[in-house]
Unconditional design. Structure first.
Length: 206
């Protein structure tokens, strides 16, 4: 029996990635906004929400369009493979949460909370590598590498905070927050384009 591509599932998987990047990118932007300590709060908040909502709408549209595609019932091996991937994703995502919680506890106990955001960025970046291998998505390798490099460069080259005209800025928070948000949003945009290409490829074929 010839192998069949399940177009609807492929597009929905890509759409899920877009939704994840939209949500977590906006959360990281919130860390960046907090690092600014009130400076330009409204403007940065509005821009961050607009970008997040824009990607969110894009992901939802992909899901809606995927429903118009034909889904083929998977054979036993394919179904088991899909289930294993879901389980592995849950394990990777769960371990990321455990490591972040442990990092928070350790930084708090050592009275070095300043280190928590850079360490969290490293953990988030590192979790993209097993995801890239699991889903065979190259953009995840790029996202993971950029996040890890951003965290390391920030730790080694930038001050924790600076004071400008009596206004204190949390440099690590702002840099890692906005930098990580841009990386995740960029990854989400790339996944969105991939989903659109999948839709076009399917419409041309049928």
């Amino acid at each position: 029996m010839p192998q069949t591509i399940i177009h609807g599932a492929a597009v929905r998987g890509t759409a899920a990635g877009v939704l994840f990047m939209a949500f977590f990118g906006t959360l990281w932007a919130g860390i960046g906004i907090r690092g600014l300590q009130g400076w330009g709060f409204i403007w940065f908040l509005m821009v961050s929400l607009l970008i997040g909502v824009f990607l969110l709408i894009g992901g939802i549209k992909l899901i809606k369009k995927s429903k118009m595609l034909s889904n083929v019932i998977m054979e036993g091996n394919s179904a088991r493979h899909s289930k294993r991937m879901s389980i592995m994703f849950g394990i990777i995502f769960g371990l990321e949460g455990v490591f972040i919680a442990a990092a928070s506890a350790i930084c708090r106990a050592a009275n070095h909370l300043d280190l928590f955001v850079p360490v969290m960025a490293l953990i988030v970046g590192a979790h993209f590598f097993p995801l890239a291998r699991l889903f065979r998505v190259r953009i995840h390798y790029i996202a993971g590498t950029l996040l890890c490099l951003l965290a390391i460069v920030t730790l080694l080259t930038l001050p924790v905070r600076v004071t400008i005209e009596h206004h204190q800025l949390e440099v690590w928070w702002a840099t890692l927050g906005f930098g990580s948000a841009l990386i995740l949003w960029g990854t989400g945009a790339a996944l969105w384009l991939t989903g659109i290409k999948l839709l076009k490829r399917t419409s041309e074929r049928y």
